[in-house]
Write a protein that binds this ligand. Structure first.
Ligand code: ADP
Ligand code: MG
Length: 244
């Protein structure tokens, strides 16, 4: 079993003096209002829920409040982003535990390409296995980051890492995550992957219109729908694809 008992990031509370308008993004998102009730697991915390439920907004808010750049990468990576960020991070107070992590990384699948360009441009490839991230496939370059860049004693925030990965690579990623957890690491991962969220040393936080709730793996929509579909796909397909 993993040895870490204390999380690096325990809580993310909205500052008591924050000016909060619940009618306006990001506070209009139910999960954002309840962000303070998330008690982060010392090993892995998953954010799950429908598209648009606020997973990326919350993860980005936490990352920016911790000092990461909006595009992701290590804390040394800060460059202008084409996308907009919310003001959430300015209103968050992160409760951290000691010791601090010695390794930190924020990975967003959607801007990983830009971070890879930055890594190439700055010639800082050693930590990535020495090979340009652009000459590898998206999945290969993500695995290079997971296997070569993450060193343990780390805090890792990942937004939909499975976007790049085949099912086999997702299993390999699970193994790499477990090794890093055993080496005193904490992960916060927004994901739709039932393979990743099956990880046992973890807590699953479901985001929806009512806010946030902890759920068991086998009660997630991801598990139930995927299992039902694969077990019954000929019937489910004929139901889905029937002519009206
Ligand atoms: N900068 C923004 N301004 C206004 N609304 C936004 C902004 N960014 C995201 N949203 C909206 O906030 C909601 C949550 O988005 P997001 O956090 O990306 O969801 P998820 O990652 O769970 O799919 C979506 O409805 C999205 O359209
Ligand atoms: Mg998202």
């Amino acid at each position: 079993m993993p040895k870490r008992k204390e999380p690096y990031v325990a809580l993310a509370n909205i500052r008591p003096n924050a000016v909060v308008d619940y009618d306006i993004f990001p506070f209009s998102i139910p999960a954002v209002r309840e962000i303070g009730s998330i008690h982060f697991h010392p090993n892995v915390t998953f954010f799950v829920g429908e598209n648009g439920a606020g997973k990326s907004t919350v993860l980005e808010g936490i990352a920016l409040a911790l000092g990461f750049g909006a595009e992701g990468g290590t804390k040394n990576v800060h460059f202008r982003s084409a996308g907009s960020t919310s003001s959430l991070h300015e209103n968050l107070r992160i409760s951290r535990r000691v010791p601090a992590p010695s390794d930190e990384y924020f990975l967003r699948a959607e801007s990983f390409f830009n971070v890879a360009s930055h890594v190439d441009a700055t010639g800082y490839l050693k930590g990535y296995g020495g090979k340009s991230l652009h000459t590898q496939s998206h999945g290969e370059s993500f695995m290079a980051v997971l296997l070569n860049k993450f060193r343990g004693n780390g805090l890792y925030l990942l937004d939909e890492p499975e976007a790049a990965l085949s099912p086999g690579r997702q299993l390999a990623a699970l193994n790499a995550i477990h090794k890093l957890v055993e080496n005193h690491s904490q992960f916060i991962i927004a994901t739709h992957s039932p393979i990743l969220m099956s990880y046992p040393n973890a807590k699953i936080i479901q985001f929806d219109e009512s806010g946030i709730n902890e759920v068991n793996f086998e009660d997630t929509e991801h598990f139930l729908i995927t299992k039902d579909f694969l077990n019954n796909y000929p019937r489910r397909l004929s139901q889905l694809l029937q002519d009206d």
